[in-house]
Ligand binder design. Structure first.
Ligand code: UT7
Length: 350
């Protein structure tokens, strides 16, 4: 997205999480785990989950509406939804989200790169703007992993939560605050088995049987994924910063996918940027997959951890394996981050 006089510029940020909150203590009542284990191994204290009957588009619409409002926009040429939990395997979720936002008729499609989905979607939408195809784009990351977790699997139930975040992009100059710079995306499909849902795609088709098979649940090999996450995000963030001419000391904030507080600390050490420069909301929302990066971006904006003029690098890592990063100087935007009052769900609802 560099080398031309046209760039995609961040002009609005919004996020939303569903009201039902599941604490570590509530999980420990139903699974062989503890608040102490979850907090010390991940940094997570609680997560939000969607209500029964709800779907990813519901969250995406809330976040998208807030990003449009943040930008003072009521229109977008393109709507991209990054998700690995679409409302249905077919069609994509984005057209429905666009229509529910009053944008029937615009280009709308999903991007699937699991926890790197939002960074990939920024790249795709940003490229459409930089090429002149679009003037504006609404980029949403939304996931509801609570709907695909094995209720008996403490290794995933402790980590994942539901949520959505969104950024509004407009065409601008590469030199202005908010312009996306130094985009890097990567993948390694030889390790796709580390993070997967085995069934439901063309490789292992639905049997049509009523019983829910374990292969329809999400599974992850945490330990090797941890090592890949640290290495890939550190390398990607370092390369993006170098591409835009920033030394580690020039970076004010590194806004990473929130998978584990220990991963953030390890990346900080590897790239030689102080851990205090890594905004985090993982204690409150857990790992929200494609929603994670825009959600922590919105939270950091609201808390004042991000302020106009700061040099920031966004980074993600996830299933695929996939990873990516992008740099920008933080623009003068007001994030909209208003949630409904929290509620405690019935134990049978998560
Ligand atoms: O978002 C996409 C990318 N995802 C990530 O980056 C996640 C990366 N991985 C991780 O964050 C960590 O590997 C986890 C948090 C998933 C797991 O932490 P860990 O320290 O790597 O634990 P482990 O998987 O090596 O398991 C250690 C022990 C095992 O017990 P045994 O076999 O030693 O008896 C697990 O069964 O901890 C056990 N364990 C738990 N115990 C209590 C795993 N989950 C839990 C739990 N409560 N929730």
């Amino acid at each position: 997205m560099s080398g031309t006089d046209r760039a995609a510029v961040v002009a609005g940020v919004g996020a939303w999480v569903p009201p039902a909150v599941v604490t570590n203590e509530a999980l420990a009542e139903r699974l062989d785990t503890s608040d102490e284990w979850i907090r010390s191994r991940t940094g997570i204290r609680r997560r939000h989950v969607i209500a029964p009957g709800g779907a990813t588009s519901d969250l995406a619409v809330e976040a998208g509406r807030r990003a449009l409002e943040s930008a003072g926009a009521d229109d977008a040429d393109v709507v991209v939804v990054a998700t690995s939990t679409p409302d249905r395997p077919c069609p994509a979720t984005a057209p429905e989200v666009a229509s529910r936002l009053g944008l029937t008729g615009v280009a709308a499609f999903d991007v699937a790169a699991v926890c790197t989905g939002f960074v990939y979607a920024l790249g795709v939408a940003g490229g459409m703007i930089a090429s002149g195809f679009a003037r504006t784009a609404l980029v949403i990351g939304a996931d509801t992993f609570s709907t695909i977790l094995d209720p008996l699997d403490r290794t995933t139930r402790a980590i994942f939560g539901d949520g959505a975040g969104a950024v509004f992009l407009r065409a601008g100059r590469p030199t202005e605050p908010g312009a996306l710079m130094g985009l890097r995306l990567g993948s390694d499909g030889t390790r796709s088995e580390l993070i997967e849902v085995k069934a439901g795609g063309s490789r292992q088709r639905s049997t049509g049987l009523p019983a829910r098979d374990r292969d329809t649940y999400f599974r992850m090999e945490g330990r090797p994924v941890f090592a890949h996450a640290v290495r890939r995000m550190a390398t990607s963030v370092r390369a993006t910063a170098a591409e835009v001419g920033w030394a580690p000391a020039d970076i004010h904030r590194v806004v990473l996918h929130q998978a584990n507080a220990r991963i953030l600390a390890a990346v900080a050490e590897q790239i030689d940027v102080p851990a205090e420069c890594f905004p985090s909301n993982i204690d409150r929302v857990g790992n929200t997959v494609a929603a994670s990066v825009p959600l922590v971006l919105a939270d950091a904006c609201v808390s004042g951890e991000l302020s106009p003029g700061q040099r920031i690098v966004l980074g993600g890592f996830g299933g695929g394996l996939t990873w990516g990063s992008v740099a920008l100087v933080w623009p003068d935007v007001t994030a909209i981050r208003s949630d409904a009052a929290p509620v405690s769900p019935s134990p049978t609802d998560y």
